[in-house]
Every structure is written in structure tokens, then in C-alpha cells.
Design a protein around this ligand. Sequence first.
Ligand code: FES
Length: 232
Amino acid sequence: MQRRDFFRLCAASAAAAGMPAFAVAGATARRYARALLVDARGEPLRAASVPPRRNLIFHYPYTATPCFLLNLGRPVRGSARLRTADRRDYEWNGGVGPQRSIVAYSAICAHQLAYPTREISFISFRAEASARNRHADVIHCCAEHSQYDPAEGARVVAGPATQPLAAILLEHEPATDALYAVGTLGGELFDAFFAKYAMRLALENGAAERREVAGTAVVTALEQYCRQQVKC
Ligand code: FES
């Protein structure tokens, strides 16, 4: 059974509750089951071990919905005021972890829902600029060149996308250095995603594509998850 609760969080209340401050939620925040991020061996992924400026992928909040986990290699403390395509405002409040450098986003492009599969990925974080990408350190979708700034809540910086990538809300546990995914913030596109790729997702996931992730979520390097990355 899917259980989804709308929720509101703020840095002040998180601090008051003894929780690490992370992205401040707004009207678009949605709580899902809390999932510990783990490596391929099932061991908790330590924030200190997340390599800077590399594409890591995990699936959350559903079995078939991919997300990027990124260590931007620098503190991301500032907040970003963002708006969904249906004009709902929200505020994203930066990275988590000891350096506040770790962020996570849905890897489903907000334009026409391109996403990383086992065979190919048109969308990924690009540390370097290129002929088709004048911005460095952006998430770039080569399908039609939408680009998103992961240091600004995945704000659209180029291309046809009409809203940021949905942010994945993370918690960092200082005592253990563990990371948890706890929800989403921004314009979810999961219903459209499941509708567009219904047959494929059902075949790939044994009809469990919309099962909510709970307990743990396995984090993998994108180059290990996906056979071919399209660069542009
Ligand atoms: S699907 Fe990503 S830019 Fe069109």
C-alpha cells in the first residue's frame, strides 16, 4: 500500500528536534518512507565516502524511479526559491553532510521524462563544459539539452524544461555519517513517468515498479549501472 504524506519542515523545527537541517520543505514537499542509502555490499554509505563530482544513482521513492546522488565538492549552503510548472513555489535549502555538499535529485528529466536505464542514459551530471554545454557542473539532458543547476535546487539554466528536477530530501546522521532519503521536494513527475513507460517498467521490475522503497536504497556509480552514457 502506498502511503504518502504531505509534510512541512523547516530548518528551525528540524534543529529543535535535534535533527540535521536539510532542505527546507514547502508546499511541494512530500514525505515517503525513510531509506538508508547503502553501497553495493549493503553497508551504509558514509557521506565522507561520496566521491566529489561523480554520478551516483539510486532508486527512490519507488523501485523504478532513479535519482542522482551528487557530492558537488563544495559547500552548498544557500537557499533557492523555485517554482513548479503549475506555479507552486517552494524553497530548497542546500546540501547535507559535513561539508553541506551532498544533494540528490530525481533523474527523470522535467522536459519529456528521459531517464537513465540499464542500457543508456541521456541525462547525467557534467563537471566540464563542452561544445553543447557552456555550463560546467550541471545536470545535462542530451535529449533536448535541458540543463539544471544542482547547486541551486536543480533550477533550469538552459533548454526546454519548464521546472526544476524534483529534489530528493536527504537527512545526514552526524553520529554515523549515514545518509537517508526521506521524501521529495518540487514538481514530482512520477505519475507521468509511470504512464509513459508503463510496459517497459513493468517488464523490468516484475510489475513492482511502483513499490515504495523502504529500509535501504542501493547507491551505484552511474557507469556501473548504465552501459552507455550519451555525452553532448
Ligand atoms: S527529455 Fe530532457 S531535454 Fe527533453
